[in-house]
Design a protein around this ligand. Structure first.
Ligand code: B16
Ligand code: MG
Length: 214
């Protein structure tokens, strides 16, 4: 019996993935690296520094650690600027109602985002109160595809991994959920998320009644 549902943030609850992309593209442009939306798929769900390393690898550029820290901080300051304007209306259609319905039906609900800006985004969206626990990039050592973040969410909820379902839009996130021993609903296209137990176009397309038959 499924007891808990764990949600990723970027790309599952709100489209901050787009703001990450334009901030990374701006940085790549400054570095003379061509960075497309297709390549951006590799960045979804992975940490800030790992994202930068993927972009540098695409451009064939090697930089010292201190410079990488400086560039990652610069990208983040642009990202923080872009997301300042996020409003509650930007939550994907039906997601707020889904979170409320899950809790009304007795499921525990967690947020597990690799982002160190997750608290800010939740505050701007005014939905923090809809989660029993929030785990973010400031609390883990290893980013997705490592299962650490989902295992921490389960332990904070007081449930074992095998009674959890994860909603994820990133390939790295689906891999992390499976490595944690959890069921996973992929949000997006089968090309990237083929390993998930089910795939939906958008989060609220998934019917809660199917949680126990994944
Ligand atoms: P930050 P999620 C992830 O959030 C994003 O998908 C990923 O693209 C980003 O690099 C990562 O957060 C770190 O974000 O720079 O804000 O700490 O999808 O796990 O909610
Ligand atoms: Mg995501």
């Amino acid at each position: 019996m499924i007891k808990a549902v764990i949600f990723d943030l970027d790309g599952v609850i709100v489209d901050t993935a787009h703001y990450h992309f334009i901030a990374w593209q701006r940085l790549a442009h400054e570095l003379g690296i061509t960075f497309t939306e297709k390549e951006n798929e590799r960045l979804k769900g992975v940490s800030r520094m790992h994202s930068l390393e993927i972009i540098l690898e695409i451009g064939g550029v090697t930089l010292p650690e201190a410079k990488k820290e400086e560039l990652a901080t610069k990208k983040n300051s642009w990202f923080v600027e872009y997301i300042e304007a996020i409003r509650p209306e930007e939550i994907f259609k039906g997601v707020k109602e889904m979170l409320q319905a899950l809790r009304a039906q007795g499921f525990k609900v967690a947020l597990a985002s690799s982002s160190k800006n997750a608290e800010t985004v939740l505050r701007l969206l005014q939905i923090k109160n809809l989660f029993d626990t929030v785990v973010d990039g400031t609390m883990v050592k290893n980013s997705k595809p490592d299962p650490e973040i989902f295992l921490l969410a389960a332990s904070k909820l007081g449930v074992s991994p095998d009674v959890c379902v994860v909603f994820e839009d990133a390939e790295a996130g689906v891999e992390a959920a499976l490595a944690a021993g959890m069921k996973c609903v992929g949000v997006g296209s089968a090309n990237q998320l083929g390993k998930a137990h089910a795939i939906v176009k958008s989060t609220a397309d998934f019917s809660i009644s199917k949680l126990n038959s994944l």
